[in-house]
Write a protein that binds this ligand. Structure first.
Ligand code: AHR
Length: 501
């Protein structure tokens, strides 16, 4: 058994817990929309064709914001195709995913779904094949009360009240050569600045996100952020970041340490944003919208768009997540939370069927993937302030990231309820860790609950047939002594320890 120690103090505040950390993403990709959120033939479907079981699990997952409609899809999307009588909407070729977009679901349907699911919509505009005018038109359709062409059109199509969408993404992954309408940083930075300026003339209260890098491995990483922000920092509030980590060559130790890479990614984007701030002598800080992140096995053929034909909603990117993947997702959440001072929003990509925590069968069953649980735990129990913890952990060596701590953790503290929640992973695949938690400002700690997500088989997955193969369970191995708790973290585990005092 290994030993680790963590000190938690309510004075070590990083920032408030931001609900938008627990966002997700719905793209017109594969089966995320069609047979995902929308499946009119399903027994739980409502009058709009939305699956009630998906809405229920979205609520259980604790999703705050949902980014829509893409992703790569948005860079070729004509949003006007998705409004008005469904029977009259055009079918279009979606170049990003080599699919046919039937436009059965568009902006009005998505807004209705978002209301039913209790999530905040976060819209993306097309800055690939389109530009300022179409972005402003969509904003007018969504946010202007009445008395103009697009606002009156929205009312005619059934939505009397504006949708009041606050957060808007100015394009998607414009740094990627795969993106339809890919641009250089300078070209994109100018377009983002001018689009933002025009959008703010319609609605000054918007929170605008410029595209950052689609991965820290991009050759332009760092320079892209600096150039885009040199052009657009006065007009935007946030810069996006995207990261997908996956197991490579069976190197589990490195895979489990992916959050080390995420820490470095976030800190590098902060450095680039602050460099521009210094250079421009700007008062305003640009923060991060980490609006695509997850484990994604991109090398698998199911991640590739169809080569022949233009199918509607083909199964794409339907990764089946293991226990190990869930522990990695938990550790990525820890990294996002501890950077809450600068990461102001994040979106787990995606919500349903496409690299998703929720899986469905068309017209049939639904189940929670392993990755559902760390997200739901963190969303439910991270309350109040995020606290920096002082952690002493044994370390082990990894091929990709060198020497890394075996245990990683972050805490939150809710002053209203007096509850402290500690989120911790044990990255050792063989050794349990006895973790001592010192609640420094407590007189007498009281355990509220301790749960762990673990198992004997690192490759265990949940399936439609076995939806409960991997579940968080109560952790009985906790003791309390004064202000200190001792908890045994099983090997390869995601853990939540909640205490008061
Ligand atoms: O989430 C899947 C894809 O990953 C998105 O469409 C794109 O933005 C990213 O490359």
């Amino acid at each position: 058994m290994l030993n680790a120690r963590v000190a938690v103090d309510r004075e070590f505040r990083i920032s408030p817990v931001r609900r938008r950390t627990f966002g997700s993403f719905v793209e017109h990709l594969g089966r995320c929309v069609y047979t995902g959120i929308h499946d009119p033939g399903h027994p739980t479907a409502d009058a709009d064709g939305f699956r009630g079981d998906v809405i229920e699990l979205t609520r259980e997952l604790g999703v705050s914001t949902v980014r829509y409609p893409g992703g790569n899809f948005v860079s070729g999307y004509r949003w006007e195709d998705g409004i008005g009588p469904v029977a009259e909407r055009p079918r279009r070729l979606d170049l990003a995913w080599h699919s046919t977009e039937p436009n059965t679901v568009g902006v009005d349907e998505f807004m209705r779904w978002a209301r039913k699911a209790g999530v905040e919509p976060m819209m993306a505009v097309n800055l690939g094949t389109r530009g300022i005018q179409e972005a402003v038109d969509l904003l007018e359709y969504c946010n202007v009360e009445s008395g103009s062409h697009f606002s009156d059109l929205r009312r005619r199509y059934g939505a009397a009240d504006p949708y009041g969408v606050r957060v808007w993404c100015l394009g998607n992954e414009m740094d990627g050569p795969w993106q339809v309408g890919h641009k250089t940083a300078r070209e994109y930075g100018r377009l983002a600045a001018e689009t933002a300026r025009a959008m703010r003339l319609v609605d000054p209260s918007l929170e605008l996100v410029a595209c950052g890098s689609s991965s820290s491995a991009m050759p332009t990483f760092g320079a892209w952020e600096a150039t885009v922000l040199e052009e657009a920092c006065e007009q935007v509030d946030l810069i996006s970041a995207h990261a997908y980590y996956w197991e490579e060559g069976g190197d589990t130790a490195s895979f489990l340490a992916s959050a080390v890479d995420l820490d470095h990614f976030i800190e590098s984007v902060v450095a680039a944003a602050d460099y521009v701030r210094a250079k421009k002598k700007a008062a305003k800080r640009v923060n991060i919208s980490f609006d695509e992140w997850n484990v994604w096995y991109q090398h698998r053929t199911e991640s590739e768009p169809p080569k022949d034909g233009w199918p509607v909603a083909p199964p794409l990117l339907e990764d089946r997540y293991t226990l190990t993947d869930a522990v990695v997702v938990g550790s990525l959440l820890i990294s996002l939370l501890r950077h809450s001072d600068r990461v102001h929003a994040a979106s787990l990509a995606q919500l349903v069927n496409v690299i998703a925590p929720i899986m469905t069968e068309p017209g049939g069953r639904i189940w929670r993937q392993t990755t559902f649980f760390p997200f739901a735990d963190a969303s439910r129990h991270a309350r109040g302030d995020v606290l920096r913890v002082s952690l002493s952990s044994p370390r082990h060596d990894t091929a990709r990231f060198g020497d890394v701590p075996v245990v990683d953790a972050v805490a939150t503290r809710d002053e209203e309820t007096g509850e402290t929640a500690l989120f911790a992973v044990n990255r050792s695949t063989g050794e349990p860790v006895l973790l001592e938690i010192d609640l420094r400002d407590a007189k007498q700690a009281r355990l509220i609950a301790a749960t762990t997500l673990t198992g004997d088989d690192p490759d265990l997955r949940n399936t439609a047939e076995h939806p409960s193969a991997v579940l968080p369970r109560g952790n009985p191995e906790v003791s309390v002594d004064g202000r200190t708790l001792q908890v045994k973290l099983p090997p390869l585990s995601w853990n939540v320890i909640r205490a008061a005092g």
